[in-house]
Design a protein around this ligand. Structure first.
Ligand code: SF4
Length: 290
């Protein structure tokens, strides 16, 4: 079996203003207005993905898929999936959030809609105040990571997605993060090196260049997982999942993913974007399929 994800972009604003925001780096130029996108457009593409062997439905956002303005869309997409015939339905359903709006009511709603994995994307998993500071979260959207993990525990798989920054990880070793993961009771950890464009001087690119190159920190992690982990499986993007002390750990360096012959021989990811159309790459609008 291959793990083949289809990402659906839930269009909507995000209350945070992360200086490393990947969504802003990969926003579309020719976005249709939300009114032009209807459920039939999205459903058609979800079924296309399913018919072509894609087996993971991942709801992510140009903003925050669980905040007020996008939660209705997230709910509708999950309902659409649940209404599909069993053989067409995605059973592995993942929602990625910054945690900004995920209170107990939202968690209950996700579980009712049969979400199986919740990915919480943070900059500082050790200190909520510093996490809010880096992600520039307004006071009303700040949250307690341990509380959110507690409310999810036992109901679904919880993945902590760490956006690596010098500020947090210059002093923290892999062993510190594993201890913290144990305290939080999460199941999986993704360590993500932040992506930037060397040729651009935009605010985001400059910030990542100055605060989050993290080459040495990422290299320490690579050494750590190779020495202490057992490789379990390879994802469609080439990342290897390791088991360490019962945690699934994945290192993600989007800038160094191998692309055979530049173009892909086999499409490993599908993205249904905020205009309702289907793409194979986040970074190329020319990857649109239909
Ligand atoms: S939480 Fe995500 S979408 Fe929101 S600003 Fe940060 S990176 Fe961008």
């Amino acid at each position: 079996m291959k793990i083949k994800p289809v990402h659906i972009v839930v269009d909507g604003p995000c209350p945070n203003k992360c200086p490393f925001c990947i969504s802003k780096m990969n926003s579309l130029n020719n976005v249709l207005s939300v009114d032009d996108v209807n459920e039939k457009d999205v459903l058609k593409r979800m079924m296309f993905a399913r018919q072509n062997g894609f087996n993971v439905l991942c709801l992510t956002g140009t903003g925050e898929p669980l905040c007020r303005d996008s939660l209705a869309t997230t709910t509708n997409l999950l309902l659409l999936n649940n209404q599909l015939k069993e053989e067409m339905r995605f059973n592995w359903v993942e929602v990625q959030t910054s945690g900004a709006c995920s209170d107990g009511r939202v968690v209950d709603e996700l579980m009712r809609l049969k979400v199986s994995v919740v990915g919480i994307s943070v900059a500082d998993p050790f200190d909520d105040a510093n996490n809010a500071e880096i992600m520039k979260a307004p006071e009303k959207n700040q949250f307690e990571l341990s509380g959110l993990c507690r409310s999810l525990k036992g109901k679904c798989i919880t993945r902590l997605i760490i956006n690596l920054t010098e500020n947090v990880f210059a002093e923290k070793k892999p062993s510190h993060l594993l201890k913290r993961a144990e305290e939080l009771g999460i199941d999986q950890i993704t360590i993500r090196k932040l992506l930037y464009d060397r040729s651009s001087d935009s605010y985001h690119n400059k910030w990542v260049r100055e605060n989050a190159q993290c080459n040495d920190i990422f290299a320490d992690w690579q050494e750590f997982v190779q020495e202490n982990g057992d490789p379990i499986f390879i994802c469609s993007n080439g990342n290897i999942a390791y088991d360490i002390n019962g945690f699934t750990i994945m290192l993600d360096d989007p800038g160094s993913r191998a692309v055979p012959d530049k173009a892909e021989r086999e499409i490993g990811t599908l993205i249904i974007r905020e205009n309702g159309r289907c793409y194979t790459r986040w970074d190329y609008e020319g990857s649109v399929l239909f």
